[in-house]
Write a protein that binds this ligand. Structure first.
Ligand SMILES: Cc1ncc(COP(=O)(O)O)c(C=O)c1O
Length: 398
């Protein structure tokens, strides 16, 4: 091995990582001055009360490390929210950890629970970060097909994937990219299997406030006897338009949260301190009207996105939650060039409509399963979304 080989001989756990396809698309969209509906970066402005509170915290020099699990007043508020909004039987702030985004919390849970030899179940289509983070721990990921917003969890398919090495199951509801919202019946039958096989659930509920068609968000941890084996993860990025701030939280049984807190301490020491003070505004200054408006605005964005894609021939299962449309372009394949597969279709959308989207294969183990799909993110300023829809219509109708 010469010196260059040695310098760049990375640990095995990091070798499979590559620049995310989603980021690569973002670069290409930028190059044509297009509109990026690819990356799930909601670019709406952060609400003023949060910004003001944060500026005050910065001015007051609230700048030193906090407790590794977060400042107490924030953990108190999250505890109350977990009890009232999510109906979790959490009792103390020792059951709450504030982390570096919900992603940071997911990392601490995965690192605390999993190692080589363990298996984790992930439903497909999946959010790529989930798979990559689980694999970074050395664990093996088993994917279980779940389908779209109108498909139903099949306990038999799940159970077939469980082995005596399975330890963790990830439940993302509302789901990225499918827009599926798990129903009570589905969560109950999953819980039954978690109990039977003694498994732990990591739930990612970051899109809990983005729901359509009267879909209701239900936390797995609120079901009877589920809390003891569930870590409920959420955060502020999506509902409060602050993806770059990196603040999220986990709620669960004290021994699990304590261990996650120790990993959080080791990896990050704490979540950004002034920002922790800033998000107190969410609980102390912002009311339910904010979330009601959010729901209404997203319903309108969903309508525009899905109607536009449908009008141009895509098959679009309208999401029940989150802010993505995972559209199938197979009806277009016989009538338009440039849609042979998802890779080509993404290039075509950038070239002809100057709109970025994500290849379906990013969400499946086997690329063939996503080869006729594209994901469009409608978490955008309304004017930008309208313009993106116009560009799609123009590209298809000229
Ligand atoms: C399912 C899911 N979980 C988590 C995240 C990231 O959340 P955070 O900014 O809180 O780390 C995303 C972002 O796209 C997501 O889609």
């Amino acid at each position: 091995m010469d010196s260059t080989d040695r310098l760049f001989s990375f640990a095995r756990r990091a070798q499979p990582l590559e620049k995310s396809h989603i980021r690569a698309i973002s670069d290409k969209v930028k190059a044509v001055d297009g509109i990026n509906l690819g990356q799930g970066i909601c670019d709406l402005p952060t609400p003023e009360p949060i910004k003001e509170r944060t500026k005050a915290a910065v001015d007051a020099n609230k700048s030193i490390y906090s407790h590794h699990a977060g400042i107490e007043p924030l953990r108190e508020h999250i505890l109350a929210k977990a009890q009232t909004v999510n109906d979790l039987p959490a009792r103390s702030i020792e059951e709450v950890v504030v982390g570096v985004g919900s992603t940071g919390v997911f990392v601490t849970a995965a690192m605390a629970l999993l190692e080589a030899g363990d298996e984790a179940v992930l439903f497909e289509p999946f959010y790529g970060y989930h798979r990559n983070i689980l694999e970074l721990t050395g664990a093996t990921v088993c994917t279980v097909p779940l389908g779209g917003p109108d498909d139903t969890f099949d306990p038999a398919v799940f159970e077939a994937a469980v082995t005596d090495r399975t330890k963790v199951v990830v439940v993302n509801t509302p789901a990225n990219p499918s827009g599926k919202v798990w129903t009570r019946g589905e969560l109950e039958s999953l819980l039954n299997l978690l109990q039977r096989h003694d498994l732990i659930a990591l739930t990612d509920e970051i899109y809990e406030y983005m729901l359509y068609d009267n879909a209701e968000h239900l936390s797995l941890g609120s079901l009877p006897d589920a809390y003891e084996r569930t870590i409920t993860i959420s955060g502020f990025s999506k509902a409060y338009n602050m993806t770059g701030w990196r603040l999220g939280y986990g709620v669960g049984p004290e021994p699990l949260i304590e261990q996650m807190g120790l990993v959080n301490d080791l990896l990050y020491i704490c979540a950004p301190r002034p920002l922790q003070h800033g998000v107190l505004a969410v609980f102390e200054e912002m009311d339910k009207a904010y979330l009601d408006n959010l729901q209404r605005d997203y319903a309108e964005r969903r309508r525009r996105m899905c109607e536009t894609l449908e009008a141009e021939g895509f098959d679009v299962p309208w999401p029940k939650g989150a802010y993505y449309a995972l559209a199938d372009f197979s009806p277009l394949q016989d009538v338009r060039p440039g849609f042979a597969d998802d890779l080509e279709a993404t290039e075509t959308m950038i070239r002809e409509a100057r709109v970025g989207c994500v290849t379906g294969r990013s969400f499946y183990d086997d690329p063939a399963d996503g080869a006729t799909k594209l994901r469009f993110c409608f978490g955008k300023e309304m004017d930008d979304l309208k313009q993106a829809c116009r560009q799609i219509r123009n590209a298809f109708e000229t």
